[in-house]
Design a protein around this ligand. Structure first.
Ligand SMILES: Nc1ncnc2c1ncn2[C@@H]1O[C@H](COP(=O)(O)OP(=O)(O)OP(=O)(O)O)[C@@H](O)[C@H]1O
Ligand SMILES: [Mg+2]
Length: 394
């Protein structure tokens, strides 16, 4: 029987402390859709609504190709052809209380300013993209020259050294080159670069995937320490759901370009509501929990160039039932109350739900929609044993 021990706290501190630090929204994306144009367009991000709160870590999980990086580029306003934003709004709220910024309306210098001073990104595989033959001094210096042209050479040097020190690297290394550093050190450098202009939000796309587990742990601890010290919010992207459950406050699980589950991480750890989330949980070893059997998810994700009918996960879902093949489920509240059964007197909350609303626990699955599924979802999807997946039918 498989169990997942929920992490009581994120790396370095209880989640309650983060909530107390303020739960106001710093970035809100609504109904984002992105396609890659081509002979047959790829619908890489489909109607995604997410919000990031100040001081929180929002995790984005999902298998390779589900649209995580594309979403990150969209949030960063860095999509380049053939990628094209086809719909959506993006609003940023500064900590200084100034009016909300319509990020989609920014252009030219305003957009460049927004990109690195308000929102920065650690790109997927960035540590391998550092120019190996350019000194760290020059690479840090270029960031300051571009974004803070008035900064003098002495201050650039001082700030570059301080940034290295901040991520645990000897400041004397500023004269060195990336090829002289280990993978973990290069990743620290990349993180320091993302933090160089003290942004309010850092998007980290698979920042630890290429590192061994010991170095991965060090980097995660480092990120958490810096976050507590500097007070920025993080969007943390990885395919490793068990890692995200440990380090994130809330979680968005993506499948085939859509968010299929969106909830506080500790609750997902106890009882994933979407069959895909359950499958992901059973595909990765628990970072600090008990040993358990790993299953994997049968089949593979759909081709995002195809027209998808019904629930895109249905062909791989052992709980699929009639509506799944024809009706695409929308994000709605999870099955009413853990294990208590349906309350026939209350109307289906799907009708009034706003995606990404507050602490709501939302899931795009017909099993949780009382109008389509008259019985309770399977035990595995409402707090039962995770090991029941694949053996129990709706
Ligand atoms: N430049 C491109 N041109 C065409 N299609 C693309 C391009 N980049 C990505 N895609 C497609 O968009 C979809 C989403 O890709 P994306 O890189 O966002 O996924 P991901 O979740 O970040 O995957 P990974 O975990 O492998 O990094 C995939 O189907 C991918 O093939
Ligand atoms: Mg990616």
């Amino acid at each position: 029987m498989n169990t997942v021990v929920p992490a009581e706290a994120g790396v370095g501190g209880p989640r309650e402390a983060r909530a107390a630090a303020g739960d106001d929204v710093v970035l809100r994306a609504e109904h984002l859709s992105v396609v890659y144009d081509g002979e047959r367009a790829t619908r890489a991000v489909r109607d995604v609504t997410v919000e990031l709160r100040r001081n929180e870590v929002l995790g984005i999980a999902g298998e390779s190709g589900c649209g995580k990086s594309t979403l990150a580029y969209a949030l960063m306003r860095m999509l380049r052809p053939p990628a094209r934003l086809t719909a959506g709004t993006l609003e940023f709220r500064d900590r200084d209380g100034s009016p909300p910024v319509d990020v989609m309306a920014l252009d030219g210098p305003e957009l460049r300013h927004f990109r690195w001073t308000k929102l920065s990104m650690v790109f997927q595989s960035a540590m391998n993209a550092l120019n190996p033959v350019t000194s760290l001094r020059k690479q840090f210096g270029d960031i300051f020259k571009t974004h803070v042209p008035e900064m003098g050479a002495d201050e650039r040097e001082e700030r570059s050294r301080a940034l290295l020190e901040m991520v645990g690297i000897d400041p004397g290394r500023v004269s060195g080159f990336p090829h002289e550093l280990s993978g973990g050190m290069r990743q620290r450098v990349v993180i320091a670069m993302a933090l160089a202009l003290q942004p309010e939000i850092v998007i980290m796309d698979e920042p630890t995937t290429a590192l061994d587990v010991v170095v991965q742990r060090e980097i995660l601890d480092e990120i958490e320490r810096l976050r507590e010290e500097l007070g920025f919010s993080v969007v943390f992207i990885t395919h490793d759901l068990s890692l995200l459950l440990e380090i994130s406050d809330r979680l968005a699980v993506m499948y085939a370009g859509e968010i299929v589950e969106y909830a506080p991480s500790d609750q997902v750890a106890r009882a994933p509501a979407h069959p895909y989330t359950l499958g992901l949980l059973e595909s990765f070893p628990d970072m600090r929990g008990t040993r358990r059997q790993l299953h994997g998810i049968p089949g593979s994700p759909p081709d995002l160039r195809d027209d998808l009918l019904g629930c895109s996960f249905a062909p791989r879902c052992s709980f699929a039932f009639d509506p799944c093949a024809i009706v695409d489920p929308v994000l709605g509240p999870r099955f009413p109350v853990l294990g208590t059964g349906l309350d026939p007197s209350s109307p289906p909350a799907h009708a009034v739900h706003v995606p990404g609303d507050g602490d709501a626990w939302t899931v795009a699955c017909h099993l949780h929609d009382p109008t389509r599924c008259p019985s309770e979802p399977p035990a595995a999807l409402r707090g039962g044993a995770h090991g029941a997946a694949g053996t129990e039918q709706a």
